[in-house]
Each structure stands twice: as C-alpha cells, then as structure tokens.
Ligand binder design. Structure first.
Ligand code: SAH
Length: 409
C-alpha cells in the first residue's frame, strides 16, 4: 500500500435477500443492524453475547444468530461484513477472511483497516442522504442533519420531489429580513414555477431561487395602481391555468393592506386552487424588532392597526379618527408618512394628549433600520428634520415611553 490516501467511492448497496455478516453484537452492531433489516438484508449475527435489543430481533426472527465466537467459514456466502467486536484481534481475523473472499468489510475499531465505511444516513421524501465525513463521524452526522433540515424547510430544493400541482400560493414574506420568513413560505418559494413579487417583499430571497424559476416583478408593471391589480389577478390565474405553480410573494402578510383577498377571490372565480401562507406583519414585527412592544401589562391592553394612506378629511377615508383617538391602547399607523402631521392633529383633536409618545420605525428589520422618537405634538417637525421616508411604522402610545424611558423622562 502506498502512503497516498485515495478518496472513497460511494455506492448504494442493494442488499435485499443477500447475506450480511455482523460479527459482534454490542452497541455498534445494535446501531447498524436496523438499517440492514430495512434494506432487506439476510442478517447473520455471530457473537457469544448479544444486547437485549439484538436479542429481541433474534427472538422476532429478524436476524439469524450464531451463539459463539467468530469462525472463518462464517463468511461463506456473504456479500458484506461488519466487524463490530471490541476485540481488535477478532476484528483483524474478520478483515483478513473478508479480504481473501473479496467481501467489503466495515471495521468498528479501525477505519483505516476497513475496506468500506458507513456513512451518516437520513431520508426525506424518497431521497437518501449519505455523508462520509472523512472518518469524523460527528462532522458527517452534523452535515447530514443540516441537509435533512434544508430538505424539510425547502432551502435545499429536491426539485424532482416538489409539489408540482398547479395553483396559486399567497406567501407573506415578513417585514424584510429574510430570516423572518416562515419555513412554509420558503418551501413554497422553492417549489414555484413562477414568482410574482412585490416591491416590499424580502428581495434577497429572490436571488436564491433556482435558475429555472420565472420572476415577475410587479413593481415594474406599467399603468396605475388599480389597473396593476387587475393585471396581477390576470397573470396569476392565467399561469395557474397553464399548469404552473405560482407564488404571489409580498412583504409582511398578504391580507394586511396587501390586497391578498382580491387575489383569492379572482382565483376562486376562475376555479384555480389557491392557498395562503401567512407572514409576520410589519405593524407588529417591525416595532418588536426595534424593541417596542405593542402591548404591555398595565400600559396598553389593546392595539389598533390603521392605514394612513388617506388624510383624515379625505372623503374616501373609512377611518373615524375621532373614535380612534378615543380608544385605549397603542395606535399603529401604516402607509402614513405622508399624512402623519394631519393624522397627529386629528388624534390630538380627538383627545389624545400632544405629549403622547410616538416612535417612527423606518426600514424595519432591514440594514438601514432607524427609529425616530417624537410626540404627537412634535411629529411634523421631527419627521421633516429626520427626513423620514416610507416604509415606516408609526407607533403612538405609552408603550414607546416604556421602551425608551430616558427619552421621555
Ligand atoms: N402587507 C404588509 C403591509 C403592506 S402596506 C404587511 O403586512 O406588513 C405597506 C406599509 O407597510 C408601509 O407603508 C409601511 O407602513 C409598512 N411596512 C412594511 N414593511 C415595513 C418595514 N420593513 N419597515 C417599516 N414599515 C414597513
């Protein structure tokens, strides 16, 4: 043998109906035998003692047992051998006997003396994962575990085993940080044929999509807002009808100011299957990541989430700001940067004190995240001097002072 260390040559053995000899019946053998049985091997155990678990397998007729020490002729007719005694000399003679018969032999005591190594194995959805960690079993088990986790979560795409049934999945991507997207959402993304993505969806994740996934960027669709929504409805229905799996990918949760249910209705009307994967919605998740709770015992026992995209006096506004001002608890404003000053005035006019603490969290959970602290009375001036731009969540109420006691002391 030369000093060069060659790579191993991995192979999947099909052992059904073939004799596998296991010499020794302690902990190592006990861990190996179930997989051999699962492979349909004709398992022959040679050992004067056996563990209770192996004894159970013998009793159940799942393995055959030679109740004695190893003899060279135990290897007759074997296709594969596992030398798993705690006696180096015995393992050596098993090795030698296997070598002369050209049978591959695993060694529990000395991997370098073995002609075969046992990988760390796991299975998911019809795929077998086997990892050989260059004689470092902890490492191979760790790599195997990560691969299995990736398969389960959909970050590793077993594209041939994915759900290929046509239809639309509405996926909420969370507030921006890709880490904050759900396992189910990631899996749906990885299974998609087409992804129809919004401006606020966690865009980093789009870079991870398999190369054959088509990306339709809604931010780039021409025409005004309502025509755009009709166009989106048309695209998702048409693609699903053509047999594709469509993911409608949005920031936060699709049903929170996301027009998600219009898309659900469009699909239902067209007879296209549609499912929903909720996302962490920004009015709750963004303050949380910025260290502001939306409720706090003894301070706020309710919170109200509102769209501020229309100014309070606008005829189409569906919000009764006077009533909102009269509610107890935290107010969370979305799409409200433009109309923040007018909304603050309406809340003060409705009875909230001008000194009510306000936090404006911009680009929440994203690299440029920042929080501007203010009050209802000072909001207009503070937003202007801080040059706040959307997207932002405006948090109104005493929870802001709980989170930033120094600022409001
Ligand atoms: N469906 C989304 C909201 C869409 S409306 C959700 O559930 O979160 C768009 C508004 O959401 C923005 O104007 C802003 O108020 C808020 N928003 C979304 N992502 C945000 C973020 N990362 N930081 C701050 N505000 C955000």
């Amino acid at each position: 043998m030369s000093g060069v260390e060659f790579a191993t040559y991995p192979s999947g053995l099909r052992l059904a109906g073939r004799r596998v000899v296991v010499v020794g019946a302690g902990q190592v053998a006990q861990r190996r035998i179930p997989a051999l049985i699962a492979a349909g091997a004709d398992v022959y155990v040679v050992s004067p003692q056996v563990t209770p678990a192996i004894e159970g397998l013998i009793g159940a007729g799942e393995v055959e047992w030679a109740d004695r020490g190893f003899r060279d002729d135990d290897l007759d007719g074997a296709w594969y051998v596992i030398a798993a005694t705690d006696d180096h000399g015995v393992n050596e003679s098993v090795s030698r006997g296997a070598e002369s018969r050209r049978i591959f032999c695993v060694r529990a005591d000395d991997a370098t003396a073995a002609t075969a190594w046992t990988p760390a194995v796991g299975r998911h959805a019809g795929v077998t994962v086997a990892v050989l960690g260059n004689r470092d079993p902890r490492r191979s088990a760790g790599v195997r575990d990560e691969i299995l986790e990736g398969l389960r979560e959909g970050t590793i795409t077993a594209r041939h085993h994915r759900d290929r049934s046509p239809g639309v999945v509405l996926v909420g991507g969370g507030p921006g940080d890709p880490e904050l997207m759900s396992v189910a959402g990631r899996k749906a993304l990885m299974e998609a044929d087409v992804v129809v993505a919004d401006r606020l969806a966690p865009r980093e994740l789009l870079g991870e999509l398999p190369a054959d996934v088509e990306l339709i960027d809604v931010a780039k669709l021409p025409r005004g807002r309502s025509a755009q929504q009709e166009e989106i409805n048309r695209i998702i229905v048409e693609r699903a009808r053509a047999g594709q799996r469509v993911v409608r990918f949005k920031g936060g949760d699709n049903f929170v100011f996301g027009r998600g249910f219009e898309e659900v209705l469009a699909c239902r009307e067209a007879g296209v299957p549609v499912t929903v994967v909720p996302g962490l919605t920004s009015p709750i998740a963004v303050p949380a990541v910025a260290g502001i709770p939306v409720t706090h015992r003894g301070v706020a026992h309710a919170f109200t989430v509102l769209s501020g995209h229309l100014p309070p006096e606008h005829p189409d506004s569906l919000v009764n700001w006077k009533a909102v001002a009269g509610l107890d608890g935290t107010i969370l404003l979305m799409m409200a940067v433009e109309n923040a000053a007018a909304i603050a005035d309406a809340l003060v006019a409705g009875g909230r004190p001008a000194a009510t603490p306000v936090a404006v969290v911009c680009d929440g959970t994203m690299p440029g995240e920042r929080t501007v602290l203010s009050t209802l009375g000072g909001l207009q001036a503070d937003l202007a001097s801080a040059q706040v731009r959307p997207p932002a969540i405006i948090v109104v109420g005493d929870v802001v002072a709980i989170a930033h006691p120094g600022h409001y002391a």
